[in-house]
Design a protein around this ligand. Structure first.
Ligand code: GLY
Length: 579
């Protein structure tokens, strides 16, 4: 991993500072700097002695000083003032306190513990706006002591021993929070858990099938989730679905100094507002079907006159993947548009896009975007229709495989996509999902999403050889130009097991049997979406229930054998995935 910068805040003698500097003296990848708010603090002399760059900054000027600077970690070490929230929200702060918190918060902690003859020690914790109150990383007690001097010495020795090691761990290992409850988040969880750089994994809203893979954070709103994440030292928020981004979760986390793998509310319009994406595509010469927007019922007839065959109808806003209709006559097109405008999907369908229908091979391109650079994954195939041979209604996806081959060369598209993304002054460090179609006239963009697609990611993830935290770090730190993406030379398949009635009214509540058995017998992976677990028994609780995934030569037959043996009433799946 690349060079790490840490800023130590100290205003006293600097014994912890010295211990940290000595510990990292042979680590060329770690750069230490010192900030003191006392001009005559002895720690400044120590910095000189060890050739450490130091800054004297008046307390009131710290926020100004930090404005254009970025460190990987901020360390409090005998810094005797309470930092304002604005400073703490610059990033991750650690503090060391000479007591077993929550006992003896604040000043003179050792003396007070001595006076009370209490067992005491050292706590290292994350810093929040409340004094000595952030999440605890480690606590160590000292052995028995007789005098105050002996206690002080033992505590300081303990501090010098454990603080550098904790700092090293915090620099190298990351705390990650994943939000989302589907199979996409299950596969992300699995991949991130394999990372050698993972410290702690937190989950927000996981389904029962993978909730034991991390520590669950309960919260009432994103403000509270961000507050808790700050106190737990979360380094990166990984946003699975689009809705939290459209609701501004990334904006809220960024304000707390927590980096996010995803995009802010403004940029999320690329997915949440079809007209926003369409206008951008036109501006940047990206091929997309000609379209017209309709806002009022009395505009429909005139709008339809622009099409020689019934157009595709799309709600402008987010509709959980249900806002696209492909009518077979102008009459039904008009009926659908009226339903949309009357609020079928509330405000999301009060504006409607009519788009020329295109014919060809639909596929997806997922790209990592870091605000400057794009790195593309192989093309992917997603099966959107509910029944075999692409019949029936549109779903979130009934199966996938990776990689998918196309005839066209997308080099120009990739250049224009980068130009388009770079033209927007907002936060986007995550996945750009291009929904594409290869027609006789070339490749057109059908839609953009600002997240991984499900079930494409279940297949793609089997082929990614890189450590996923490395991918996250390079993305959020705008270093994708340094990423050497490694993709296995193989094919991965995923078949979705859904419930009858999906996508409109899926049946729920059936017990699912044989999951464990088929995993072992057929070597398949199972990712959970609509499942509940009660008394160790699995029950179907949503439209899409399980993703069955495997890579390699016999993958498809193993997947389908597994599907036949997984039992639940009303199971529904496509039989032609990968054909
Ligand atoms: N598989 C399509 C989507 O995730 O939107």
């Amino acid at each position: 991993m690349s060079k790490k910068k840490l800023l130590i805040f100290a205003s006293g003698k600097g014994t912890n500072f010295e211990a940290i500097v000595k510990y990292f003296k042979n680590s060329p990848d770690i750069l230490i700097e010192l900030l003191s708010d006392k001009k005559d603090a002895p720690v400044l002399n120590l910095a000189k002695k060890y050739n450490i760059k130091s800054y004297f900054v008046q307390f009131e000027d710290i926020i100004k000083f930090l404005k254009d600077k970025n460190y990987d970690l901020y360390i409090l070490s005998g810094f005797m003032r309470i930092l304002p929230e604005e400073v703490i929200n610059k990033g991750k702060f650690l503090n060391i306190h000479p007591s077993i918190l929550p006992l003896y918060k604040g000043k003179d902690a050792i003396k007070r513990a001595f006076k009370d003859k209490k067992e005491t020690g050292v706590t290292i914790h994350y810093v929040t706006k409340e004094v000595d109150s952030g999440g605890i990383i480690i606590q160590k007690k000292v052995d028995s002591y007789k005098t105050l001097e002996e206690l002080e010495e033992k505590i300081h020795n303990l501090e010098h021993k454990i603080y550098p090691k904790i700092i090293e761990n915090e620099l190298n290992k990351k705390n990650i929070l994943i939000i989302g409850s589907g199979a996409r988040e299950h596969v992300l969880t699995e991949k991130i858990k394999q990372s050698e750089f993972l410290n702690k994994l937190y989950l927000a809203n996981p389904n029962d099938g993978f909730k034991n893979s991390g520590e669950i954070i309960e919260y009432k709103d994103y403000e509270e989730l961000a507050q808790i994440s700050k106190s737990l030292g979360v380094d990166y928020l990984v946003v699975g679905p689009e809705n939290p981004m459209a609701e501004g979760i990334v904006d809220i986390f960024l304000k707390k100094g927590i980096k996010a793998f995803g995009c802010d509310k403004y940029f999320s319009q690329l997915e949440s507002k079809k007209s926003f994406a369409k206008e951008l595509m036109q501006k940047f010469n990206i091929k997309t079907a000609p379209y017209i927007t309709v806002n009022k019922i009395d505009e429909i007839d005139n709008a339809l006159k622009n099409f020689s065959s019934p157009p595709v109808i799309k709600a402008d806003g987010l509709c959980m993947g249900k806002g696209v209709y492909i009518p077979d006559s102008f009459h039904s097109a008009k009926e659908i548009i009226i339903e949309f405008l009357k609020g079928k999907f509330n405000d999301a369908s009060k504006k409607v896009i009519l788009e020329k229908r295109l014919y060809g091979d639909e596929f997806s391109l997922f790209s990592l975007y870091d605000g400057k650079n794009l790195v593309h994954f192989p093309y992917l195939k997603d099966y959107k229709k509910e029944f075999d041979n692409n019949k029936g209604k549109n779903t979130g996806g009934m199966g996938s495989y990776a990689p998918h081959k196309i005839k066209s060369d997308l080099s120009d598209y990739k250049i224009n996509l980068l130009k388009m993304l770079n033209s927007i002054n907002a936060y986007y460090k995550g996945i750009v999902y291009s929904g594409l179609i290869e027609t006789d006239e070339g490749v057109y963009v059908l839609e953009y999403n600002v997240r991984f697609g499900d079930p494409e990611i279940q297949s793609l993830m089997q082929l990614i050889e890189n450590d996923f935290i490395e991918i996250i770090e390079k993305t959020v730190n705008s270093k994708l130009n340094e990423l050497d993406l490694k993709i296995k030379n193989d094919t991965a398949y995923t078949v979705i097991m859904a419930s009858k009635g999906y996508p409109d009214n899926p049946k729920k509540g059936a017990e699912i049997k044989n999951i464990q058995e088929v995993k072992e017998k057929h070597g398949v992976k199972i990712y959970y979406s609509g499942v509940k677990i009660t008394d160790d028994k699995f029950y179907a609780s949503g439209g899409r229930v399980l993703s069955v995934t495997k890579t390699g030569k016999n993958a498809l037959s193993d997947i389908y054998n597994a599907i036949c043996e997984i039992e639940y009433k009303d199971k529904k799946y496509r039989h032609d995935i990968g054909d």
